[in-house]
Structures are given as C-alpha cells and as structure tokens.
Design a protein around this ligand. Sequence first.
Ligand code: ZN
Length: 177
Amino acid sequence: MDYNRELLNTIKSESYVSKKVIRKDSPGKGAGLFAVENITKNEIVSISGGLIIEAREWSTFREKYGDYAYFIESNFLIAPLNPKDPSDDWRMNHCCHPNCGIKGQIVFVALKDIQVGEELTFDYAMTESDPDYSVQLNCEKSECRKKFTGNDWKSKEIQSKYSGYFSLYIQEKINNS
Ligand SMILES: [Zn+2]
C-alpha cells in the first residue's frame, strides 16, 4: 500500500479545529486552545485524526515520539501524524473543571457555553483509563484533584459530572460497572 502523495500534499492537517478556536501560549502550560468567538454547548470544537496505535505498542511509541496520544478503546490509541509538532487539536489542556468533553471517541465538543477568550479544556478522566498511569495536576481551580490517575473515571462524582461527555469506551465501562 502506498499513500496518494498528490492528495496528501493538499492536506494541511489530519484533523479538524473549529474556526472559533486558536492555538496560543498558555502561561506555564505551553500551548493551549482559546475561543475567539462564543461557542455554544455541544458545538464541535475539534476532531482528531492520525495514527492508530495498539496499546502494546504505546510505551515504545512514547519513548520514541513523545506523549501526544490518547485512548479511543481499551486497547487502541490515536496519535498525531507529526508527534514532534502536532496539529492544534492536540493542544487542548487538562482542567479539573473543564468546558469541553468527548462525543464518541475522537470528537471534542463544548460541554457548556464558552465565551470569547476562555481557554478550552477537557479532563483526562474522559479518555484515560490505564490504572498504571498518573500525572500531577495544577489547574489552579479550587476543585483541582492535584493528581490524576487512570482510575479517576471510577469516581461516582466524576461519572455524574461528565455524564454524556466521556469517550464511548469509558462510558461503556461505566455502564457495565
Ligand atoms: Zn486540576
């Protein structure tokens, strides 16, 4: 199989970011996504595209190419085509009090109305369920959990907070638990 180079050369990005959203530097956090127009609850803000990686390949991929990837099923992740300089949709930061969530597996939507100037954020608990994964959090919100783990989706409080905005595979775990 060979890719169609002519077609690939016409593509600026493998993914979609709403025209109402721009990437800019977020103090202390590197790049982030910000609203340049008001966004309505449930409006699509970005759609991921890229490489599909099996979970067993993830640690090798991560060592070689870095951290940009997220789970779309228990055993599969999606990663940017250019992990060293990912497209803007990969720049959405975590927050413990986010304004975006997931619809399906790769579509990010506003979970509340978002005003011009606000940073767009989601919660890692919406996509991450690897029990061995953890990371320190510092989102400067009073409800900051300080530490994220791949078990956060199991919290009843988080389940009700993000009901309808988890990645489909996590929502199925919740429904079956
Ligand atoms: Zn936090």
